[in-house]
Ligand binder design. Structure first.
Ligand code: GLU
Length: 433
């Protein structure tokens, strides 16, 4: 089944922030759109268009379990906007994946690609399933069947999926294989985040964490603090959190807290981040290596220079925003701060560097991967990291300029950069027919 829908209820006509929690990714994304649009002189009709996804595909994904029974899951691909290029964004395997969440996250991808000036639009998809309850064979069958169900709407010039929560390079290799077998030709550019041996890019897995570290360094410099002597707390020790923590540690920062679902490892003298396995290396093992464990709620109240939420969405809410003692928040996860919490932190003059800039290294190296696939020529890790640094620097400068000139929050500044580029592209292309 494929359904197209743009009928998601619109509860966020203005950017007024009242008590709105729990807030869906879509609600947050629409509030942020209105907030940014209010600073710009752009055609209201374009804002109206951007509030809605172009298409949302909902598919049924039946798979045979290892015991011979059949289970049926629901998958989605929400394609938000493609004015600047093919749709781009991750695929999530998580029990709470919904259509509205995919739409909201797809909108964020549109802004993220635009803030990085990549020639892509935004999309997000996923399957409502708990990947921890699937064997490797079941995950492979789910991925191949899902690939088949969305095959008509993806493609290297149409919509290019990538890993997200609960999916990884192996998932992308299966997806690429399923697509290629049906098309009759090997098509590496249909997905990014693949293993390098089948057209993936060096440095892609570390890229979101690397960009979080690069942006944290820039932000510290902006606020006149050197990374040496800067204390950092990182919530989540998966790919984003662990890579960001290790790079910051390597560059001289003192990482004093890292966490996973079981608790927070705390050491005011600094953690040897390389010695603690990331979620990918040994799942949920952080507290096994800790002498001192504090609760995950306490991590948010630590008096650190930088707090990096790098796990789930909606973790900084109106319930804990008042207790945050960090001087700076850098968003590693997508959507970790609710609208109400953003307003509280803005009132308290705590800068929040938004996800669409900070973790955009992932999609940026996805773009490099796509270029390598299309050109059939791979880049060295050194080249990938150098070009990523250059792109992050350019995006940082564009956002910093808006931040300073308009006296807005960092989030608004990033949205203003993104939205102006998207609006100009819509104006140039016009409305068809
Ligand atoms: N899922 C990642 C994100 O949220 C990467 C998307 C991509 O590389 O297309 O940015």
């Amino acid at each position: 089944m494929t359904s197209e829908s743009t009928t998601t209820p619109d509860k966020t006509e203005d950017s007024t922030v009242e008590s709105t929690e729990p807030e869906s990714a879509l609600e947050t994304a629409r509030r942020q759109l209105h907030q940014a649009a209010s600073h710009l002189d752009i055609d209201q009709n374009i804002v109206e268009r951007l509030k809605h996804p172009m298409k949302v595909h909902e598919v049924t994904v039946p798979i045979e379990r290892d015991d011979g029974t059949v289970d049926v899951f629901t998958g989605y691909r929400a394609q938000h906007d493609s004015v600047r290029g093919p749709y781009k964004g991750g695929l999530r395997y998580h029990p709470e994946v919904t259509q509205a969440e995919c739409v909201g996250l797809g909108m964020w991808m549109t802004w993220k690609c635009a803030v990085m000036d990549l020639p892509f639009g935004g999309a997000k998809g996923g399957v409502a399933v708990n990947p921890k309850e699937l064997s490797s064979g079941e995950k492979e069958r789910l991925t191949r069947r899902f690939a088949q169900e969305i095959r008509d709407v993806i493609g290297p010039n149409r919509d290019i999926p990538a890993p997200d929560m609960g999916t990884d390079p192996q998932t992308m290799a299966w997806l690429m294989d399923a697509y290629s077998m049906q098309e009759g030709e090997t098509t590496p550019g249909v997905v990014t985040g693949k293993p390098p041996v089948v057209g993936g890019s060096e440095g892609r897995e570390e890229a979101p964490g690397r960009s979080v570290a690069i942006i944290t360094k820039r932000a510290c410099e902006y606020y006149n603090s050197d990374l040496n002597g800067t204390t950092v707390a990182v919530q989540g020790y998966g790919s984003v959190g662990a890579n960001a923590a290790r790079l910051l540690d390597e560059w001289g920062a003192t990482v004093i807290a890292i966490s996973d679902v079981n608790g927070t490892m705390y050491d005011p003298e600094g953690i040897d981040t390389a010695a603690v396995p990331s979620h990918d290396e040994e799942p949920e093992a952080v507290t096994k290596y800790a002498d001192d464990v504090i609760s995950n709620d306490e991590l948010f109240t630590l008096d650190v220079d930088v707090l990096i939420p790098a796990a789930l969405g909606n973790v900084i809410t109106e319930a804990n925003a008042d207790a945050i003692a960090a001087d700076l928040v850098v968003e590693g996860a997508n959507g970790p701060t609710t609208s109400s919490a953003s307003a509280i932190l803005a009132d308290r003059d705590i800068p929040v560097i938004p996800d669409i800039l900070a973790n955009a290294g992932g999609v940026t190296v996805s773009y490099f991967e796509w270029l390598q696939d299309i050109n059939r020529r791979s880049w060295s890790l050194e080249r990938v990291n150098d070009e990523l640094e250059t792109e992050m620097q350019a995006a940082w400068e564009a956002v910093r300029t808006e931040f300073e000139q308009r006296d807005v929050t960092w989030r608004d500044a990033a949205y203003i950069v993104a939205l102006s580029r998207i609006a100009k592209a819509h104006e140039a292309r016009g409305l068809w027919p």
